[in-house]
Every structure is written in structure tokens, then in C-alpha cells.
Design a protein around this ligand. Structure first.
Ligand code: GDP
Ligand code: MG
Length: 201
């Protein structure tokens, strides 16, 4: 088994995160929990690259479509389309426009449970219902309804890998091996070492 403290996940600060001047704030949220930044770059992605990114996980179309039908249902509304695959086809078109509209910052964060911890800090997809204390809950106020009516993607500041499998595929899509920096943080001792003897004089 791989070292569990070396789990990695991909975060992308979307164009609205950069335009809203939240880069430092977003990075600090992941830093302060104890995760380690092992890769970072700024790029303007192409539409093809974004389509590939969202379809690396073959189940993404079904899962995201079903998630949206449920989100409408939970609010007592019927989804206007109601077919998961048709819904994600449209979302994908909107995402290609959104994610290529300006520079984004792609990052790899490493640490114990990196995928789940980053999702928790990032918050749920729809800012209207994302928990307070998360990035999407604290810094933005969009909803499925508002964005669907305006025919655009939900603006939620960051992308974060949804599972360990997705993270592996996404990291390989965004970063070459030589762009990933393995190094040791001094804080890893206090986070992970079994024995903390010797911390006093
Ligand atoms: P995430 O993993 O939390 O980012 O969510 P998904 O993988 O399900 O969806 C990817 C991105 O598509 C989201 O972050 C939103 O920007 C956008 N999106 C997802 N669902 C919808 C939707 O129902 N309507 C609109 N307009 N955008 C959506
Ligand atoms: Mg996702």
C-alpha cells in the first residue's frame, strides 16, 4: 500500500477565483490544515483540454446529472431536463466556456486524506447550499437555478478532485512528472511522526 500521508489531489482555481482576487485566500485555506503544495502553475486551458478533464472519469456524466436532478428535487422543483446525460452534455458546454475564459491556477496538494480533506474545505458544488466555513460557502453566492436560467456554469471558484481515482487521472492530465516537487516540510514531524519525544529542552 502507498504511504497514506502522501495522498495527492488536484485543485484548480477557476477564472472567477482569480478575478475575485481570492488566490491567496484560497491557497491559505488548504495550507493551514497541514497539506503540502507539491505542484502549481497558471494556464489558460483549451476547450478540448477542459472536455478531457471532466470526462476522464467515465461515470462523471451520470453522477453529475443525477446530482443535479436531486438538487432540484430537494428544493421542491422538477429539473427542466431530467435526463442525467442530456444535463451533463449541456453542463460540459458551459464548463468549456467558463474554464477557458481566462487564466486558472492548477495545484497539487499532498497529505493524509488529501482528496477528502480538500473536498471538505472546498464545500459542495452549489454555493447556495455549500456549508459556511468552506471556500464555496464563504466567498460566493451562485445557484443551479440562477446559472441554469442564465445558461452558464455555476461559478464556484475552485475545482477539486472528487475521488482518489479522479485525482490520479486529473493530476496526470494537468502535470508532467517533472513538474511535481517531492520535498519534506518541517511540519510533517508534528503531523505524522509516531514519536514526539524530544520536543522539550
Ligand atoms: P464539483 O466536483 O463539485 O466541481 O461538481 P461536478 O463535478 O458535479 O460539476 C463540475 C462543475 O460543473 C461544477 O463545479 C459547476 O461549475 C458546474 N456545474 C455542475 N452542475 C451544474 C448545473 O446543474 N448547472 C450549471 N449551470 N453548472 C453546473
Ligand atoms: Mg467533480
Amino acid at each position: 500500500m502507498e504511504n497514506p500521508t502522501k495522498e495527492r489531489t488536484l485543485v484548480v482555481i477557476k477564472p472567477d477565483g482569480i478575478q475575485r482576487i481570492l488566490v491567496g485566500e484560497i491557497i491559505s485555506r488548504y495550507e493551514r490544515v497541514g497539506l503540502k503544495l507539491v505542484g502549481i502553475k497558471m494556464v489558460v486551458p483549451t476547450k478540448k483540454f477542459i472536455e478531457e478533464h471532466y470526462t476522464l472519469e467515465p461515470e462523471w456524466r451520470r453522477i453529475t446529472g443525477e446530482k443535479n436532478i436531486k438538487a432540484y428535487k430537494d428544493k421542491g422543483m422538477e429539473h427542466p431536463i431530467n435526463d442525467p446525460y442530456k444535463i451533463t452534455e449541456i453542463i460540459l458546454e458551459k464548463l468549456k466556456k467558463y474554464m477557458t475564459s481566462g487564466p486558472v491556477i492548477a495545484m497539487i496538494w499532498e497529505g493524509a486524506h488529501a482528496v477528502a480533506i480538500v473536498r471538505k474545505i472546498t464545500g459542495g458544488t452549489e454555493p447556495l447550499t455549500s456549508d459556511v466555513g468552506t471556500i464555496r460557502g464563504d466567498y460566493v453566492l451562485d445557484s443551479y437555478k440562477l446559472s441554469d436560467d442564465d445558461y452558464r456554469a455555476v461559478r464556484n471558484l475552485v475545482h477539486a478532485s472528487g475521488s482518489v481515482k479522479e485525482a490520479g487521472l486529473e493530476i496526470a492530465h494537468w502535470f508532467r512528472k517533472d513538474e511535481i516537487m517531492p520535498y519534506r516540510h518541517v511540519q510533517e514531524q508534528i503531523l505524522y511522526d509516531i514519536n514526539l519525544d524530544g520536543e522539550t529542552d
